[in-house]
Design a protein around this ligand. Structure first.
Ligand code: NAP
Length: 306
C-alpha cells in the first residue's frame, strides 16, 4: 500500500511527489501521458522564479528527476476511478492501487473550438500546441484563436516560424497580460483581428480557408490559412471523480491546505478552483498538498494500516 498516490505528473503533481518522498512517504505518481503537463509544451517560461527564461520541457524533466531521486515511483496509466475509505483505491484502465491518501493533480485540457470542420482537421491543420507543431508552418500563414495569455504567448512563438500570424479574438480587448501584449507588438508579422468568431474550417486534404464572422456586424470573411492554433481556455480533468466536490465548471473545491470534501483526498494545481493558474502556483499547491497528506497520515496513525 502506498502512503500517497498522486494523480498527474504536471508541476503540481511532481512537486507533491518531491515533498512527499523527501518527507519519507512512499509516493506513486500515475500519469496519463508524459510528465510535465501543459508546462512541458511551453517553449519559454519567463515568470518562474529564479530563471529569466526556462524551457517548459527542461523544467519538467528536472522536476521528474528530482522526484525520482527522492524515491517517488512514476507509472504511465490513465486513472478511471477513485474510491474512499481508510484504505483508498485508485483504479486505472488495467490495475488498482491501494493508498492511505490521494492527491489529485490531474490538470486541465485544451478546449476545442466547436466550429464546423474542426474535428476533420485535428492533427492535420488544427493544433492545440504551438511548440509541437510550429515547425510545420515555416513561411506559412496561421491563425491563433483566443485572446488570453496562452494565445498571445503561442502567437509569439509561432511568429518565429510562420510568415503571418493572425490572432482572432472574440472581443475588442485582449485578456492576456499587458507584458505579453507589449512583447507581441515587436513581432511585425502578428496581427490581431478583433470581434470575430470562428464559423467553419474548410478544405479537402488540408485546410484551405477559415470562415470567421464579425460578432457585431455578422459579416463573414474567408481567411486563407494553412494552420489553426486553438487557445481558448481549459477544461479541468475531473470527469473521473464521483464524490469529490466540484464547482459549476468542474474544478475541484479545496481549501488553502488543498483539502477536498473527503478526508485524505487532496487536490492541487490547475484542476483546483483558484484564481491564478501558473507553474509557480501549481508547485506551491503541490508542496502544500504533500504536507497535508503527511499530517493526515500522522494523525490517523495505525487506523490507516491494513
Ligand atoms: P483563458 O485565460 O481562459 O483565455 C481564453 C481566451 O479564449 C479568452 O481570451 C477568451 O475570450 C477566449 N475564448 C474562450 N472561449 C472561446 C470561444 N468559444 N471562441 C473564441 N474565443 C474563446 O485561457 P488561457 O489563455 O489558456 O490561460 C489559462 C490559464 O493559464 C490562465 O490563468 C492564464 O493566465 C494561465 N497562463 C499563463 C501564462 C503566463 O503567465 N505566461 C501562459 C499561459 C497561460 P474572452 O477574453 O472574451 O473571455
Amino acid at each position: 500500500m502506498y502512503d500517497v498516490v498522486i494523480i498527474g505528473g504536471g508541476p503540481s503533481g511532481l512537486t507533491a511527489a518531491i515533498y512527499a518522498s523527501r518527507a519519507g512517504l512512499n509516493a506513486l505518481i500515475i500519469e496519463k501521458a508524459g510528465c510535465g503537463g501543459q508546462m512541458a509544451i511551453t517553449d519559454a517560461l519567463e515568470n518562474y522564479p529564479g530563471f529569466s527564461s526556462v524551457n517548459g520541457f527542461e523544467l519538467a524533466s528536472k522536476l521528474e528527476e528530482q522526484a525520482r531521486n527522492f524515491g517517488a515511483a512514476i507509472i504511465y496509466e490513465e486513472v478511471v476511478e477513485i474510491s474512499d475509505g481508510a484504505v483508498k483505491k485508485v483504479k486505472t484502465v488495467g490495475a488498482q492501487y491501494e493508498t492511505k491518501t490521494i492527491i489529485i493533480a490531474s490538470g486541465t485540457n485544451a478546449k476545442k473550438l466547436g466550429a464546423a470542420g474542426e474535428e476533420n482537421f485535428i492533427g492535420r491543420g488544427v493544433s492545440f500546441c504551438a511548440v509541437c507543431d510550429a515547425p510545420f508552418y515555416k513561411n506559412k500563414t496561421v491563425a491563433v484563436v483566443g485572446g488570453g495569455d496562452s494565445a498571445i504567448q503561442e502567437a509569439i512563438y509561432l511568429s518565429k516560424f510562420a510568415s503571418s500570424v493572425f490572432v482572432l479574438h472574440r472581443r475588442d480587448k485582449l485578456r492576456a497580460a499587458k507584458s505579453l501584449q507589449n512583447k507581441m507588438l515587436s513581432h511585425q508579422n502578428i496581427s490581431v483581428i478583433y470581434d470575430v468568431a470562428p464559423e467553419e474550417i474548410c478544405g479537402k486534404e488540408k485546410i484551405e480557408k477559415f470562415i470567421i464572422s464579425n460578432v457585431k456586424t455578422g459579416e463573414k470573411t474567408d481567411l486563407k490559412v494553412d494552420g489553426i492554433f486553438v487557445f481558448i481556455g481549459l477544461t479541468p480533468n475531473s470527469a473521473f471523480l464521483q464524490y469529490v466536490a466540484l464547482d459549476e465548471n468542474g474544478y475541484i473545491i479545496a481549501d488553502e491546505n488543498m483539502k477536498t470534501n473527503i478526508a485524505g483526498i487532496f487536490a492541487c494545481g490547475d484542476v483546483r478552483k483558484k484564481h491564478l493558474r501558473q507553474v509557480v502556483t501549481a508547485a506551491s499547491d503541490g508542496a502544500q498538498a504533500a504536507v497535508s497528506a503527511l499530517d493526515y497520515i500522522e494523525k490517523q496513525g495505525d487506523s490507516l494500516v491494513k
